[in-house]
Structure formats: C-alpha cells, structure tokens
Design a protein around this ligand. Structure first.
Ligand SMILES: Cc1cc2nc3c(=O)[nH]c(=O)nc-3n(C[C@H](O)[C@H](O)[C@H](O)COP(=O)(O)OP(=O)(O)OC[C@H]3O[C@@H](n4cnc5c(N)ncnc54)[C@H](O)[C@@H]3O)c2cc1C
Length: 392
C-alpha cells in the first residue's frame, strides 16, 4: 500500500468550532491511525482478519468509552470528541471503527446507563482498557430491521435465567469475552443480559465470505440453554427503547466516522488528480474531474457541519433519535457516493489495494446497512415529519 500522506480537508475552517481539547484528541487519533493502522490495514482486510494487536492502541487513544466517566476507566470526553475519534479511526478503516463503536456505544453504554453499580465496576474498566472485548446481540436471522420481533428468550428458573436463541451478524462476536444480548422474558418484554464466554451452551461461530468490513470479525451468538446468573440482567431499562438508546449513540458515531472514510477518498483522489497525467496534462485539469472533486468537498463540508451541530445537541441532551437517523443516513450515503466517484478518478489503480478507496467503498456497503438501513432511516425521518408510520 502507498505511504499515508493524508491531509484532512477543512474547507469551512471548522477547526474554529473545536476546542483545544477536541483538536488534541483528534490529532492523537489521527497520528495513531497513520502510524498503526494505515501500514497494516490493507493486508488484514485482504486476509479477512481483525488485527488484534491494535486493541491496546484503540484503548490508548480513548476509543473505548470516550464519554464514559473516568471513574469507570473511560476517557470522560464530550460527544464531539467521541465523534472526532470515530472520524479518525474510520479514516483508517470502517471495520476498526466498528470494533470501537460496538465496544463503546453498544456494550459500555448499556452497562453504564442500564446497569447497576456492581456491573459497572465489574465490566467497564476491563472494556475501557481493551482487556475485554464486547459484542452486542440484537439482530437475529429472521429479525433485522424489525428487532422487536426477536425470538431469543429467557426463562426465570429461580436462581438463574435460562437463555435460548441465536443472534446473527454480530461484530466482534468471534473473540468477544462478553456479549450484551437482547432477549424476551416470559411476558415478551425485552431485557439486556450480559453473557460471558465460557458459559455452557454459548458459542460464537464466525461468519466468513464477507466482501465488506473484512478487517472486522463478524459472527453469530448461539444460546443453547445457557444458564445466565440473575445478577447479569441489566436492571435499569427494558423494552425496545433500551437497545434503541444504544443505537442512537452508535449511529451518532457512524455519522462522524463516515466523514473520515469520505475525507480519505477525497484526499487520495485530489492528490492523484494532480499527479496523474493523461493527454499531457494532470487529470485534475479536466473539468469532469474537477466537478467530481468540487462536489465531494461540498458534500464533505455539509456533512461536517451536520455532525458538528448534532454533536452540540447530543452534548446538551436535545438531539432526537430522528435527528441522529438523518445524520447517519446522509453522511454514510455521502461517503459511499464519494468513494465510488473517487475510485473512478483513479482509473484502474482505483481497484487495487495500493490505495484505500476500494476498501472504503466495500466497507461502506456494511455501514449503509447496519445500525438501521438507509431505507429505515428515511422512514424514521418520514415518520418524524408527517407523524404517519410507514413501517408496517
Ligand atoms: C458487517 C455487519 C455487522 C453487523 N454488526 C451487528 C452487530 O454488532 N449487532 C447487531 O445486532 N447487528 C449487527 N448487524 C446487523 C444489521 O444491523 C442488520 O443487517 C440490519 O439491521 C438489516 O437487517 P437485515 O440484514 O436482516 O435486513 P432486512 O431487515 O431483511 O432488510 C432487507 C431490506 O428490506 C428493507 N426493509 C426492511 N423493512 C422495511 C420496511 N418496513 N420498509 C421498507 N423497506 C424495508 C431494508 O431497508 C433492506 O433494504 C451487522 C450487519 C453487518 C452487515
């Protein structure tokens, strides 16, 4: 792979909206990605393997629980810092960002928000340091966009719960030490349970043959009469709103992360357009190529503003789920379009692993599908503005 010469676009001087702390956090993440991700990531994506050696580095840059209070091992940062870290990591690779997103927003967040103090003390510091990796089990083979239809269930056996069912498409599953699993009790109410590796009847087979997020491990979570101790139930929130609250946090991170992937594609295409000569001129001198670049930087700038404003609202507690949906949908769509255009600008070289664009492009096919598909987020906006439900 080519050396990482990334220069972040900032067309509207958005740095002026950031605090010194934001910039420090972002720059540390940016340097780490340049040093520890860019040189190795293409190889791991080609091998379809998660680079486990990066876990400590992710913890060191605050990517595991950026906004979780320091007393639990988190970085104690604000929402914009969290977004900036996700942006930088996804600039390197969406799969690596997925690992960090799941750990932070889908595992640490529910334990922090819905767990009791004993659960926080037991799990959060180990997750923040990367000693333990977690996964989040919501999606099932027959229930993706409609998670409320889940069939995974648990029964109260007096001194423990008995968990049965299966989850599919679960990031980090093959090597997670714990899984936050969403299942229905005997009354059909959804609860979160912490399932630990080693519990009898719990297995995590890996999903192979992915053409997307190849450097992120995906798998199933299978529960065959798993005895879950009663103290592993998250006591402070139940119902579908509990997992959806986690998804709000993760989708917010994705809205920022997608900007990183788009920035990397744009920056690569811009540099290439000045170096690659055809018909005796740099291809960047042709109007058609300039149109692509001009549209890319316009869309990136709009997405940056959307994410920043959402960060402010998320920090002051006013961002709605529908507003988060809009940013996730818009920014991922923006990134996938830019990846496609940028790939074309590199001609044949664009399909090789010499450059990052094709990998981003393939990764973004998962990002546009997980955490609510492109269609589902549109329907969320539609419902929000009309008050009419088009889901069913
Ligand atoms: C790489 C990867 C990692 C993932 N990681 C996780 C994870 O860690 N944890 C987890 O729980 N899940 C995870 N997922 C699952 C992901 O969230 C689901 O794939 C996603 O929610 C879509 O569900 P589905 O694949 O079953 O598609 P479906 O729900 O079957 O959707 C198929 C198509 O139908 C459309 N559709 C569905 N319902 C409607 C409707 N009402 N109106 C209009 N169109 C509709 C969808 O938009 C989509 O285009 C991951 C997925 C991938 C690919």
């Amino acid at each position: 792979m080519k050396p990482d010469l990334f220069e972040a676009p900032d067309y509207y001087n958005l740095d002026e909206l950031l605090t010194e702390e934001h910039k420090l956090v972002r720059d540390a993440a940016r340097e780490w990605v340049k040093r520890d991700i860019s040189p190795i990531i293409e190889d791991y994506a080609q091998k379809a393997e998660f680079p486990t050696q990066i876990v400590k580095g992710l913890a060191d840059i605050g990517a595991f629980g950026p906004y979780i209070p320091e007393e639990y091992g988190g970085a104690g940062l604000d929402q914009i810092s969290y977004g900036l870290i996700m942006q930088e990591i996804e600039r390197g690779d969406s799969g690596v960002r997925s690992t960090a997103s799941v750990q932070s927003s889908l595992v640490m967040y529910p334990i922090w928000k819905y767990g009791n103090e004993a659960q926080r003390q037991k799990y959060l510091p180990k997750l923040a340091s990367g000693e333990w990796i977690g996964s989040f089990g919501l999606t099932e083979p027959d229930h993706g966009s409609n998670p409320g239809g889940m069939v995974t269930n648990f029964k109260d056996m007096g001194d423990h719960y008995l968990l049965n069912g299966a989850k599919m498409w679960i990031s980090n599953a093959p090597f997670c030490q714990i899984a936050v699993v969403w299942a229905k009790n005997e009354e059909g109410r959804i609860h979160g349970l912490i399932v630990e590796r080693g519990m009898e009847g719990f297995s995590t087979p890996e999903t192979h043959n992915k053409w997307s997020l190849r450097a992120s491990a995906t798998g199933e979570l299978i529960f065959d009469n798993v005895k879950v101790p009663k103290e592993n139930l998250l006591p402070n929130k139940s119902g579908l709103g509990a997992p959806l609250g986690c998804l709000d946090s993760a989708r917010f991170g994705i809205a920022w992360g997608a900007i990183g992937a788009a920035m990397d594609c744009y920056d690569t295409a811009l540099r290439y357009s000045k170096e690659r000569l055809q018909f005796g001129k740099p291809i960047g001198q042709f109007q058609l190529q300039q149109k692509k670049l001009a549209e890319m930087i316009t869309e990136i700038t709009k997405a940056q503003l959307l994410a920043w404003r959402l960060g402010v609202m998320r920090e002051n507690g006013t961002a709605t789920s529908a507003q988060i949906s809009m940013a996730k949908r818009n920014n991922v769509d923006m990134a996938i379009t830019i990846a496609r255009e940028a790939r074309q600008m590199l001609g044949g070289m664009g399909i090789t692993g010499e450059y990052s664009i094709m990998r981003h492009s393939m990764n973004l096919e998962s990002v546009i599908t997980y955490e609510g598909t492109h269609d589902i987020h549109l329907l969320i906006t539609g419902l929000d503005v009309t008050g009419l439900n088009a889901f069913k």
